[in-house]
Ligand binder design. Structure first.
Ligand code: BES
Ligand code: MN
Ligand code: ZN
Length: 499
């Protein structure tokens, strides 16, 4: 994996080393602390280049002689609205990218209108780290440009801040969240020949090092639990399924947990209702929901969040062999509901049916949020910019919407209604696993899931368009985005953690 920059925080009056980065506000205004020489140079250069200090605009200048740095990078921070957390991540990303290859960078964390807060500096540093992420595990030296590692960012980034201790504390939190995001990215980017259900479960088991309790259920146990819906999907692959249960107990012993549930289809061929060949390779990412659940558990543990949280992921391969389930098969889910499998490619909802039922049955959580790369239809509706949100609870839904804006992982609510529920009524069984043709495909999938939540407050995030293949941005250059980790971590820190 491409190496991440080393991040450190230094006092504001420490001498700058390497590339000096200064933050410009409206009309390229700099903080007084930037020094007279730098300020007058930047003001002249900004005039020539028509640099106005707009958020994410940059201006490269040679450093004046009396500054200990060799290069000066001016980065705009001016916007009409106050900068969001995501805006700070983006600033970190752009700075990291513009200084790639430098051995040292010093970022002067002050703006014309005052200091950059510890939280903002931490976010900026996290953005630089996330920008460095590159899934290059399988690129041998000879296929890399120049035959060697191309640096993605600077190797060492120092942030000169007003309060070093406060910034370090804030960064410890952001670093844990970024590690969760990068873990999710890794899992999604990993090809399915490497990451089957068993290997995925092994990676989860390794999280016990972070203080997470991990339980892995194998095929025999799933059979005992009567998870007929999940097992039906798994039966077409020689690779056996797993159900992984993660527990982070950071809250009071007697407090009910919150729960995250993920679709972990390590590869989705479609089964007998096989998918067309074009872009089928992308179905290695059909475990993006599960990856986000694992990532957020890693984040919560890494920052010792004061919350009790459960993560459950159903891990299967939807493949096709002589034993694969057929269209028309009827399976019985753990809840007792019978399901007509009319399309074996609508497999995610079958996996989640049993994972959701098991979750509420065993843990009686305060709420469940599930994440799944569930439908192509959600991409038609929302593209790659918002995940679909479906919920039986307005409070939970509103909190997710707000957390999404804060974290820069946006969601958009779509409806659930009895009229849509009717569309999944079965002919030979209680329900069927597809709705009516192409109409309301993302909604009928959500209605299907709702049949298995037993009235527990619940939200479903359809991340088919956001977990992977979303356009690269300032802090993500990878196919897999790690979408959901920052969002759910934010949901927890905004509403569900003690202290
Ligand atoms: N994993 C797919 C959904 C998907 C599509 C995710 C594209 C990411 C990118 C899911 O299992 C699926 O195949 N859904 C079908 C449902 C249909 C058969 C009712 C779909 O969306 O076409
Ligand atoms: Mn499918
Ligand atoms: Zn799928």
């Amino acid at each position: 994996m491409a190496s991440l920059p080393s991040i450190e925080f230094v006092a504001k009056d420490a001498p700058a080393k390497g590339v000096l980065v200064v933050l410009a506000g409206k009309d390229a205004g700099l903080a007084a602390g930037a020094g007279d020489a730098v300020r007058s140079l930047v003001s002249r250069a900004a005039g020539i280049a028509k640099f106005k200090g707009k958020h994410l605009a940059t201006l490269d200048v040679l450093a004046p002689a009396d500054v200990d740095a060799d290069r000066l990078l001016v980065v705009g921070t001016h916007a009409d609205k106050p900068l969001t957390d995501e805006d700070w991540l983006k600033l970190g990303g752009i700075i990291a990218a513009k200084t790639k290859g430098a051995s040292e960078v010093t970022i002067h964390c002050e703006r014309a209108d005052g200091d950059v807060s510890a939280a903002e500096a931490a976010m900026l540093a996290a953005g630089a780290s996330l920008r460095a992420y590159d899934f290059d595990l399988y690129k041998t030296k000879s296929s890399r440009k120049n035959g060697e590692d191309e640096p993605k960012v600077a190797s060492k980034i120092a942030l000169a801040v007003a309060d070093v201790a406060a910034a370090m504390d804030a960064y410890a939190v952001q670093e844990a969240i970024a590690a969760g995001t990068m873990l999710a990215r890794d899992l999604v980017n990993e090809p399915a020949n490497v990451l089957g259900p068993v290997e995925f479960a092994d990676r989860i088991a390794a999280l016990s090092q972070q203080g997470i309790d991990v339980e892995i259920l194998g095929e025999a146990q799933l059979r005992e639990l009567k998870m007929g819906a999940l097992l039906g999907v798994a039966q077409g692959s020689p690779r056996p399924p797993r159900l992984a249960i993660m527990r982070w107990n950071g809250g009071p012993d007697d407090e009910a947990p919150i729960a995250f549930v993920g679709k972990g289809v390590v590869f989705d061929t479609g089964g007998i209702s096989i998918k067309p060949a074009g872009s089928m390779d992308e179905m290695k990412g059909d475990m993006g929901g599960a990856a986000a659940v694992v990532g957020v558990m890693r984040a919560l543990a890494g920052r010792s969040a004061k919350v009790n949280a459960i993560g459950i992921v159903g891990l299967v391969e939807n493949s096709v062999d002589g034993n694969a389930q057929r269209p028309g098969d009827i399976v019985t889910a753990m809840s007792g509901t019978t399901i007509e499998v009319l399309n074996t490619d609508a497999e995610g909802r079958l996996v989640l049916a049993d994972a959701l039922w098991y979750c509420q049955d065993r843990f009686k959580p305060k709420f469940m949020v599930n994440l799944a790369t569930l439908t192509g239809a959600i991409i038609v509706a929302l593209g790659n910019q918002h995940a679909g949100l479906f919920s039986n609870n307005d409070e939970l839904s509103d909190r997710l919407l707000a957390a999404g804006i804060g974290a820069g992982e946006k969601v958009w609510r779509l409806p659930l209604a009895p009229e849509y529920d009717k569309m999944i009524e079965g002919k030979f069984a209680d329900i069927k696993n597809i709705g009516g043709g192409r109409a309301a495909g993302a909604i009928t999938a959500a209605q299907f899931l709702q049949r298995f939540v037993n009235d527990v407050p619940w939200a479903h995030l359809d991340v088919a368009g956001t977990a992977m293949g979303s356009p690269a941005n300032e802090y993500n250059q990878s196919w897999a985005s790690g979408f959901g980790v920052r969002l759910l971590d934010r949901l927890v820190s905004d509403h569900y953690q003690a202290g």
